[in-house]
Design a protein around this ligand. Structure first.
Ligand SMILES: [Zn+2]
Ligand SMILES: [Zn+2]
Length: 125
């Protein structure tokens, strides 16, 4: 599999039975359908996002990329909760590409949200 952003090779990375593909150069990560949702809920999963966020921001500007899984043209979509995170999603196989640093960012929100949820359930504290 080749990286949709920089065309370098991608390597399989497994975290708690969820296998994703990470670019060996720009460190962007390709998730198959819903894998990023599954991984977001697993503690410590941000460890798979080893890349430099500065590189990720540079790669984020590269639009009109092709899905590494099925070669369909990917579309840029803003994350529903965090509009500043723009992902490349495949309308065919539903795979999603996160540039370096974006998965860590995506995951932080879920932790903040979790704390807010706790607060709501403990109004006395
Ligand atoms: Zn790459
Ligand atoms: Zn696809």
């Amino acid at each position: 599999m080749k990286c949709p952003k920089c065309s370098a090779g991608m390597e399989s990375v497994t975290f708690q039975d969820v296998q994703v593909d990470r670019c060996t150069k720009c460190q962007g990560i390709f998730f198959d359908a819903r894998e990023h949702i599954a991984l977001k809920d697993i503690k410590g999963s941000e460890a798979i996002d080893t890349g430099d966020a500065a590189t990720g921001r540079k790669m984020d500007k590269k639009a009109n990329v092709t899905c590494p899984r099925c070669s369909t043209k990917m579309v840029q979509v803003a994350d529903v909760d965090q509009h500043h995170i723009v992902l490349d999603a495949c309308p065919s196989c539903l795979g999603v590409f996160f540039d370096a640093g974006e998965f860590r960012d995506f995951k932080v929100y879920s932790f903040a949200d979790y704390l807010k949820g706790l607060f709501r359930h403990n109004p006395g504290k």
